[in-house]
Design a protein around this ligand. Structure first.
Ligand SMILES: [Zn+2]
Length: 202
C-alpha cells in the first residue's frame, strides 16, 4: 500500500530528478564565496571515519560491505544518498557555492573523486564538476528510473551513489557531474591555502 507519506516523498524525488535532468549550465550566475564553512566540517568527518572501517583517503582497494554494515557506519543522510540512491534537496549543500581549493572525497569510503579546479557553478542547485580526479574514481551505470534515461555516477571504490553525469557541461570535457554534496567530504589543499593567505597579506 502506498501511504500519503511515501507518495509525497516519491513526488519530491520525481521533482528533483526532473530538475537534475533539465537544469543547464550557466556561466553568468555570480559565484558567492562561502568562507570558513570548511572549519565546521572536520568534526563530523572525524566521527564518521572512526566508526567506518572502510574509510581511507589512500587505500584504493575495493570496498565490499553489506547494506547492514553500511547502515551501522554511515550517518543517516549519507546512507540515504549513497546506499538508497537518494537525492538531496537542491541548494542545500554546503558545497554548492564553495570556492576553497582542495580535494573532494567520497563521504562513504574516502576515495578521492574531484579536484576543486574541476568544480564550476552550474546553477543547478547541486555541486557540479566537469571531470573526475581519475578515470577509475567513478563508475558509470545507465539509469532509467523516473521516466528518464540518465547516467548514474557511483564511487569507483565503494559503489556509493553520487549523482548523475550529463553532457551539457563546460569545456574542456563538456560534461556536468551533478553530485549530491552529502556524499562529498572536502579537504583543503594546505599549500594552496598558504599561498592564498600570503597573497591576501600583501
Ligand atoms: Zn566511496
Amino acid at each position: 500500500m502506498i501511504t500519503m507519506k511515501h507518495f509525497s516523498r516519491f513526488a519530491l524525488l520525481l521533482a528533483f530528478g526532473g530538475l537534475l535532468q533539465q537544469c543547464s549550465y550557466s556561466q553568468n550566475k555570480p559565484a558567492t564565496a562561502v568562507q570558513n564553512q570548511s572549519d565546521s566540517i572536520p568534526n563530523k568527518q572525524n566521527m564518521q571515519k572512526e566508526n567506518n572501517p572502510a574509510y581511507s583517503t589512500t587505500d584504493t582497494s575495493q570496498v565490499a560491505m553489506t547494506e547492514e554494515e553500511w547502515k551501522k557506519v554511515l550517518p543517516a543522510d549519507v546512507y540515504y544518498i549513497a546506499r538508497m540512491k537518494g537525492t538531496e534537496r537542491p541548494w542545500t549543500s554546503k558545497f554548492e557555492n564553495f570556492q576553497e581549493v582542495g580535494t573532494y572525497y567520497c563521504a562513504a569510503c574516502g576515495n578521492p573523486l574531484f579536484k576543486s579546479n574541476a568544480k564550476f557553478d552550474s546553477g543547478c542547485g547541486w555541486p557540479s564538476f566537469y571531470e573526475p580526479i581519475s578515470k577509475t574514481s567513478i563508475i558509470y551505470t545507465p539509469d532509467k528510473t523516473h521516466g528518464m534515461v540518465r547516467t548514474e555516477t557511483q564511487c569507483g571504490r565503494c559503489k556509493a551513489h553520487l549523482g548523475h553525469v550529463f553532457d551539457d557541461g563546460p569545456p574542456p570535457t563538456g560534461l556536468r557531474y551533478c553530485i549530491n554534496g552529502v556524499v562529498l567530504d572536502f579537504q583543503k589543499a594546505q599549500e594552496a591555502e598558504k599561498q592564498y593567505n600570503e597573497k591576501k597579506g600583501q
